[in-house]
Structures are given as C-alpha cells and as structure tokens.
Write a protein that binds this ligand. Structure first.
Ligand code: ATP
Ligand code: MG
Length: 246
C-alpha cells in the first residue's frame, strides 16, 4: 500500500514555479532519497507535504487521507514528522527537554518514555548529554537531536532535509547508520533530501532526482550509471562537449 501519494503538484512562489506537475508515490517501509542541484525544489516538496507551503494545484494523500491544504499540526497528527534543514535546536533547553518538545500532543506516558529510551539507544550521545544545553552540542550531535526530536512524535513517515549538510563524512555515516537501524527496527518510511547522490547508494533505497521542479531521474541508484546521474543533474542532452586540443 502507498503511504504517500502525490499527484500533479504545482507550487509557485510569485513568478517562480518551484514544482511542476510533480507526482510521486511512496510505499510503507520504503526509503526514498531525493537529490538534485540547488533550487531544484527539494525543500519545497518536503514543505508542501508538511503543509507549510500551499500548492496551487495537485493533491497529497497520506495514509489514505487527503492532506492537501491541511494545517501542519493536522498533518503531523496523521503520523508525519519533518526534520527541516539547519538543525534548529532550542539552544537554552537541555537535550532531554528538546526531545520532549517532539512528543507534541502524545498522551501515553509509558509509550513516550519507551520512545525516549529507544531514541537514546539509537543515538547514545543523546543519553550521555541528556542534561547539557542543546546549544553546547556539536553540529553532528545537534543533527542527531533534531532527528531524535522528530522521532518522538512516533511518525510513520519521517522526512529529513539535508541531514549531512556541513557534517564530517564520519559523522554523516553515524547519522545514516542510525537511520538504517530505524528503518529496520521501526519499519519507518523515510524520505530524505540530499544534494548529492552518493548517500542514496548507501541506503539501498529508491532515488529521485529533481531539477527545476521536475523529476528528471528515478530508480535504484545502484543500477543508475554515473553518466545518467550527471546528465540528469546538469541537464545535458548529450555528453558535455569538451574543448578539443589542436
Ligand atoms: N520562500 C520563497 N520565496 C520565493 N522563492 C522561493 C522560496 N523558497 C524557495 N524559492 C525558490 O523556489 C525554487 C526551489 O527552492 P527550494 O528551496 O525548494 O530548492 P532546493 O532544491 O531545496 O534547493 P537547495 O539545494 O538550495 O536547498 C528556487 O528557485 C528558490 O529560489
Ligand atoms: Mg533545500
């Protein structure tokens, strides 16, 4: 069954069309990586699903429910959680308090406590630093914290915008290893945006490449050639012409 179905989505900001008739389906349990150059519309896609940006046309159905135009709180309550780019932690709150913010309207205290414990198992550094102010954490630790906060809502679909931005490769590896663990243990459906396609290969999921608001390439990244990816990323019709030496 498709957990998310997007049909013919059009998003404009004034005169700029950020998404052109974009359609996309994601099955429950799937991992989908969205890649593409600057300004391709990647963040707009996530924000539109989250209800932060209203589309001019098209529909978003999440778990069988039409959520186009719904308020972000309504969409979150349906089982959707978004980790925006930029690692926005509450600097003066502790790690634990930041995680608790993510629980939102959840009432079941036992389930919340179990999830808190689980998130700290997945990201042990959050347990070690539980009582530290979030503003004192490193960039990688803050990225783990915002993902952990997103998980505290107990989502079925977690979307993350550029988790590796500005992180050392080793730290990015740790973040992805945790995400892959979540996928298996929690059967979490993941939609992750990254500018580069290299991480898509590692996740073993499906890759979509966006350029100028359109899906220009889609498939299993292990079966796509570097040439296909470059063509789609840069929009070459053919091999780039190289200057010939006389
Ligand atoms: N709030 C906004 N107002 C006006 N134009 C916007 C706004 N947000 C995005 N855009 C424009 O919409 C297009 C898509 O932007 P978006 O941020 O979705 O791209 P992106 O693929 O996430 O890029 P990046 O890799 O830089 O994060 C770009 O042309 C961008 O300039
Ligand atoms: Mg973006």
């Amino acid at each position: 069954m498709n957990l998310l179905e997007i049909h013919d989505l059009n998003v404009r900001y004034g005169g700029i069309t950020a998404l052109h008739k974009l359609s996309l389906s994601i099955k429950a349990g799937e991992t989908v990586m969205v890649t593409g150059p600057n300004g391709a519309g990647k963040s707009t896609l996530l924000k539109t699903i989250a209800g932060l940006v209203k589309p001019q046309h098209g529909s978003v159905v999440f778990d069988g429910q039409l959520i186009t135009g719904c308020a972000p709180e309504t969409i979150a309550a349906a089982g959707f959680s978004m980790v925006p780019e930029g690692r926005q932690v509450f600097n003066s709150l502790t790690v634990l308090e930041n995680l608790r913010v993510g629980t939102g309207m959840r009432r079941n205290k036992l389930a919340v406590a179990a999830d808190l414990d689980y998130v700290m198992d997945v990201f042990p550094v959050l347990r070690e630093r539980a009582l530290s102010q979030a503003g004192m954490l490193s960039g990688g630790q803050q990225q783990m914290l915002v993902i952990g906060r997103g998980l505290m809502a107990a989502p079925r679909l977690l979307v993350i915008d550029e988790p590796s931005l500005g992180l050392a490769p080793l730290v990015t590896d740790q973040v992805y290893e945790a995400l892959m663990r979540l996928r298996v243990e929690r059967e979490l459906t993941l939609l992750i945006v990254e500018q580069s396609a290299s991480r898509a290969v590692m996740t073993g999921g499906r890759m979509l490449m966006l350029r100028e608001g359109r899906i220009v390439l889609e498939g299993d990244p292990r079966q796509l050639t570097a040439h296909q990816m470059q063509q789609a990323y840069f929009g070459y019709e053919d091999e780039p012409v190289t200057a010939s030496t006389p």
